[in-house]
Write a protein that binds this ligand. Structure first.
Ligand code: LLP
Length: 420
C-alpha cells in the first residue's frame, strides 16, 4: 500500500500535505502513516487466522508510544529487549501477558522487573541466563515462564550485520546443546518451560530460510515430546523484509501459507516478532535542503537531517529512496548527487550518487521507508537535538514526540565539584 502520494503536486502522508507538516513543526521530522501500520498489522492477523497466534511487535524498530499504542489497541503484544522497552510497552498499554523478552544480555534488574510484571515468556539465550533467572524467580517467590532461543544455523541471506541465526552469531543456544538444556531447565524449580523460539535475521526477502528454521524447531519439539516435555508456544521471531528499492519481500499471506502446514502439524501457539515490516514503509524522514554544493568531483545536496537522525545508510550502506515533496522540484532538470547531512564525518550521507531533480535551498525531501530503525537509532551526535515525530491518520495529524530542545542536550550533566 502506498500511502505517500502526490496530490496537486505535493507529496502527502495519507490526507496531509508534507509541506503543511514541515511548516508547522519544522524539519527534520519523522512522519508516520498510521493507516499503513494498521493495515500491515491486520495483514498478519488475517494471514494467520484460524491458527492460535500472537503478534508481538518488535518495538526496537520504532518505540514511539503512539506507534506501540496503535498495535496494542489491535490486540498486538510486544517483543522487548530491555527494561526500558518493558516500561515503555506497559505505559503504552501493552498487557504484560502479551510481552516476550528477547536478548543475550538481560540484566538482573531487568529480569526482576519483567518477572514482577508477569510477562508471557523469557526467550533465554544461554545456560547461565537460565540459572540466573531461576535464582531471581526463587528469591521473588515467582515462577519464570521460559522458552529457549535456539540458533537454527540457517543462512538468512541478508546483510551480515543483521543476520542472527548462523552458528557464528552471538545469538541463541546451539541446536545441538538445546536438547540437554531443555531437560536441565525442566528440573530447575522456579522455571516453567513454555516454548521454543528463534530469530534468524532481519530484512529477509525470501520465505525459504523461515521454513528451514521452522522445520528444525519442529524437529526439536517432537524430540522433546518423546521425553515427556510438552511445549505450548513456538516463537519464530521477526525478520520479514520491506521494499527499500527493488526488493520483492513476501507478503504476510505468502509467508503464512508456507509455514501453515508445519504449524498445523505441531499444534502449538505461534508467536511472531515482526518489527520493520509493521512500520518501515509507513514512515518517512522529512528534511529540508540547506545548501547545494558542487566540488570538482561531485554534486552534494546538504540537508538538515543527518546520520544522527538516520544512521542506516552510514552504518549498513543501506538504500533509501528519496522523493521531493514538490513534484515539480527542479523543473525537469536532473543531476546525479549525494544527499548529505551536516555532521563532521565522511560517512554522513543519506543517499549516494542518485539521479535527482536539481534541488535548491528550501526544497523539501522525503527519505522513504524510514519508519523502522530510523528515529529508534537516532542520537544527539554533534549536539544535534533529535527530530520531532508526527503521526498522521487520514486528514488528522499530531506531534507524537516533540523536537528536542537545546536544553535537552545537556540534561543531567554537571560539572565535577572541584571545578566549581
Ligand atoms: N526479534 C528479535 C529477537 C530481533 O533481534 C529482531 C531484530 C526482531 C525480532 C525484529 O526484526 P525485524 O522484523 O524488524 O526484521 N537496525 C537494523 C535491524 C536490526 C534488527 C535487530 N533485531 C536495520 O536498521 O536494518
Amino acid at each position: 500500500m502506498d500511502l505517500f502520494e502526490y496530490r496537486d503536486g505535493v507529496l502527502h502522508a495519507e490526507g496531509v500535505s508534507l509541506t503543511e507538516i514541515a511548516q508547522a513543526v519544522g524539519t527534520p521530522t519523522y512522519v508516520y502513516a498510521q493507516s499503513a501500520m494498521r493495515a500491515e498489522f491486520a495483514a498478519f492477523q488475517e494471514a494467520f487466522a484460524g491458527l492460535d497466534h500472537l503478534i508481538c511487535y518488535a518495538m526496537k524498530a520504532n518505540s514511539n508510544k503512539a506507534v506501540l499504542g496503535s498495535f496494542a489497541a489491535m490486540g498486538g503484544g510486544a517483543d522487548i529487549v530491555s527494561g526500558g522497552e518493558l516500561a515503555r510497552a506497559l505505559a503504552a498499554g501493552v498487557p504484560a501477558e502479551r510481552i516476550v523478552y528477547s536478548g543475550v544480555g538481560k540484566l538482573d534488574w531487568e529480569l526482576e522487573a519483567a518477572l514482577k510484571a508477569g510477562i508471557l515468556m523469557f526467550n533465554v539465550e544461554s545456560a547461565q541466563e537460565l540459572t540466573v533467572l531461576d535464582q531471581i524467580a526463587g528469591r521473588l517467590g515467582l515462577k519464570a515462564p521460559v522458552s529457549l532461543r535456539v540458533n537454527p544455523d540457517v543462512d538468512a541471506k541478508t546483510h551480515p550485520k543483521i543476520t542472527t541465526g548462523l552458528a557464528k552469531n552471538k545469538f541463541g543456544l546451539d541446536m545441538g546443546l538445546a536438547f540437554a538444556q531443555y531437560l536441565h531447565a525442566a528440573r530447575l524449580p522456579n522455571l516453567v518451560v513454555k516454548g521454543v523460539s528463534c530469530h534468524i535475521g532481519s530484512q529477509l526477502t525470501e520465505v525459504a530460510p523461515f521454513v528451514d528454521a521452522l522445520e528444525r524447531l519442529a524437529d526439536l519439539v517432537q524430540r522433546l515430546r518423546r521425553e515427556g516435555l510438552r511445549l505450548e508456544i513456538i516463537d519464530l521471531g521477526g525478520g520479514i523484509g520491506i521494499r527499500y528499492n527493488q526488493e520483492t519481500p513476501p507478503t504476510p499471506r505468502e509467508y503464512a501459507a508456507r509455514l501453515r502446514p508445519v504449524l498445523e502439524g505441531l499444534g502449538l501457539k505461534l508467536v511472531l516478532e515482526p518489527g520493520r515490516r509493521l512500520v518501515g514503509e509507513a514512515g518517512v524522514l522529512l528534511t529540508r535542503v540547506h545548501y547545494a554544493k558542487t566540488t570538482p568531483a561531485k554534486h552534494f545536496v546538504v540537508v538538515d537531517a543527518a546520520m544522527n537522525d538516520l544512521i542506516r545508510p552510514a552504518f549498513y550502506d543501506s538504500f533509501h529512496a528519496v522523493r521531493p515533496v514538490a513534484q515539480n522540484a527542479g523543473n525537469g532538470q536532473r543531476l546525479v548527487a549525494d544527499v548529505v547531512g551536516g555532521i563532521c564525518e565522511t560517512g554522513d550521507f543519506l543517499v549516494r550518487e542518485r539521479d535527482l531533480p536539481v534541488l535548491r535551498r528550501g526544497d523539501l525531501l522525503a527519505i522513504m521507508s524510514a519508519g523502522a530503525y530510523g528515529f529508534a537509532m537516532s542520537s544527539q551526535y554533534n549536539s544535534r537535538p533529535r527530530a520531532a515525530e508526527v503521526l498522521v491518520c487520514g486528514q488528522e495529524w499530531a506531534v507524537v514526540r516533540r523536537r528536542e530542545s537545546i536544553e535537552d542536550l545537556s540534561r543531567g550533566e554537571e560539572l565535577a565539584p572541584w571545578m566549581i
